[in-house]
Write a protein that binds this ligand. Structure first.
Ligand SMILES: *Cc1c(COP(=O)(O)O)cnc(C)c1O
Length: 338
């Protein structure tokens, strides 16, 4: 029994999802004629109370398209210093948009309104024009941490007062919604654009959706084509997305419970140091004493349990739809015996 905890991107479609894929009605989406893509874009936009949405192959492309539409070359983008858009998208902000980043030090990936306000450049020819703020919820490097709603509202107000656009990298937004009880509509009202991944906890093989105003998505559709993301019979993948919206959001709490169970087992061990608070499906903990992060990961590998040493002293585990209750029980008993 292989237990894959390296990432929630390792999920494979369930038989039911494959069935939905096999029966999808498709067309050429570059011509706007794929009915399943159109349905997914319509449903996602309606869910968030926004005018329109755009199906993209990856979360990286959704984010990069949003940044491109919201900025001009030479602009400055404010984000947290460990944000995916900044450290894990290949320098895309500079490469694709010719913009630079003002990286703020946050608390487990989350920044505050006062920090944002302080980081906005004055109208001065020496300074880059601050035009966009990007938030990430849940935060990947923050160990699946969630923003509290008041903090987001505060940042949104700072953006409105200063004429800044506000984008959400919501790769795991549904995990955050399940954990905090906010609604997609609240997020739709607050952000100018939102990207959400289908290829993570939602269990789809491919896909991300970018949501925004009609005007924003018209521009985004053009940029997606330029980036090489205009897909043809993409309805097969959109069908997986539609299936996940209906059937996989309601099961995310199980992943969160599993992560907490694993954390409880780890907390009893002398070789485990600080465990980041487990808010969703990501668990990051410090390894001390008789193991390093690498030797512990290697030890677990002998039990066919796969996780990642994200630094010399830290291990990350991510729960998802293919990590079943029996696997969690097995993992807990392996940890107990170490
Ligand atoms: C995974 C991820 C993305 C996008 O990743 P893709 O692999 O390009 O789909 C964006 N932001 C965060 C926080 C992520 O974890």
């Amino acid at each position: 029994m292989r237990i894959e905890l390296r990432s929630d991107t390792f999920t494979k479609p369930t038989p039911e999802m494959l069935e939905a894929i096999a029966h999808a009605e498709v067309g050429d989406d570059v011509f706007g004629e794929d009915p399943t893509v159109n349905r997914l874009e319509g449903e996602a936009a309606a869910m968030f109370g926004k005018e329109a949405a755009l199906f993209c192959p990856t979360g990286t492309m959704s984010n990069q398209i949003a940044i491109k539409v919201h900025t001009q070359p030479g602009d400055e983008v404010i984000c947290e210093q460990q944000a995916h858009v900044y450290i894990y998208e290949g320098g895309g902000i500079a490469f694709n948009s010719g913009a630079q980043v003002r990286a703020l030090r946050g608390d487990r990936g989350r920044i505050m309104a006062e920090q944002v306000a302080d980081a906005i450049n004055p109208d001065d020819v020496h300074k880059a024009r601050t035009s966009l703020v990007c938030l990430e919820n849940t935060s990947n490097r923050g160990g699946g941490s969630c923003y509290n709603w008041e903090a987001i509202q505060g940042i949104s107000q700072v953006c409105k007062m200063n004429g800044l656009q506000l984008h959400l990298d919501g790769a795991r937004l549904f995990n955050a919604l399940v954990a905090t009880g906010q609604s997609p509509r609240q997020y739709g009202e607050t952000f100018d654009s939102i990207s959400v991944c289908f290829n993570k906890g939602m269990g789809c093989p491919i896909g991300s959706i970018l949501i925004g105003s009609g005007d924003f998505i018209r521009k985004a559709r053009r940029v997606r084509k330029v980036f090489g993301g205009g897909m043809r019979q993409a309805g097969f993948m959109a069908a997986a997305g539609l299936y996940a919206l209906e059937h996989h959001i309601c099961r995310l709490q199980t992943d969160h419970d599993h992560a907490k169970q694993i954390a409880t087992a780890l907390s009893k061990k002398d070789f485990v140091g600080t465990i980041m608070p487990v808010e969703t499906n990501i668990l990051i903990f410090e390894v001390t004493g008789r193991y390093t992060a690498t030797t512990l990961a290697d030890t677990l590998k002998h039990y066919n349990i796969h996780c990642i040493a994200i630094s010399p002293t830290q291990i990350r585990m991510v729960t998802h739809i293919d990590v079943h209750a029996v696997m969690v029980s097995h993992l807990v008993s392996v940890i107990d015996d170490l």
